[in-house]
Design a protein around this ligand. Sequence first.
Ligand code: IMP
Ligand code: MG
Length: 204
Amino acid sequence: MRKPVEDFEISQKPSTYEAKAGARVGQVFLDATTVSERVSQLGAEITQDYRGRELLLISILKGGVVFMADLVRTIDLPLEMDFLAISSYLKEHVDAGQKAVRFLKDLDQPIKDKDVLVVQDIVDTGLTLHYILRSLSLRRPGSLEVCTLLDRPQQRLVDIPVRYSGFTVSDDFVVGYGFDFRQAFRNIPYLAFLELEPSQPTLF
Ligand code: IMP
Ligand code: MG
C-alpha cells in the first residue's frame, strides 16, 4: 500500500531541513499558500495583458526555475519557455558593479520580434537583470518585460523596469522556493529566513 502523504513528509523533513553550509532554515517568511495565491494573481494579470500575442518566458537558472514552473501553469495562453544561466550571485556580490555578469548558458532560440517576459526570483541590486536586459534588448525582441517573485528596492544600484512583482521584501536573506544559500534549501516548499550557525558569523 502507498504510504500516506503525511508520513512521507515527516520522514523527509530531517534531511531536507537539516543545517547545510553553516546555516539552517529559519522562520517562515511566506507560506506555500500565500506564494501560490500571489503567483496565480500574477498569472491572471499576464494572461490578460498578453492575450492574442506570442509569449516567450525566459527564466534565469537556477533560482527562478521553481517560480517559473508554477507561474506558467497559471497563464492561460500558448507560450514557450527558455532558460539562461549566469555566473553566481556570490561571485558577483564580491565585486558587485565591477564586472559584467557572465552567460554560462545562452537561449536556445532567437528572440527577434517576440514578446519576451524575463522571470526572475528576486531583483536585489538589479545588476544581474541590468546586464541581462541590456544583452537581450540588443536582439530586438518585440517587447521585453520583467516578472519577479520578490523585489528588494532598498538594495537597488541600477534602475530596473519591473512590470510584475509578487512581493516587496526587506533586506533579510531568504531561502526556499528556488532560493538557495550555497546551493542548499532550494526545495523547501515555502520561503523562509536563513538562520546562520553560531560558527558562521556572516553571509559572505
Ligand atoms: P542582483 O544582481 O543583486 O539583483 O542579484 C539577484 C540575485 O541574487 C538573485 O537572482 C538571487 O539568485 C540572489 N539573491 C538575492 N537575494 C537573495 C536572497 O535573499 N536569497 C537567495 N538569493 C538571493
Ligand atoms: Mg543563489
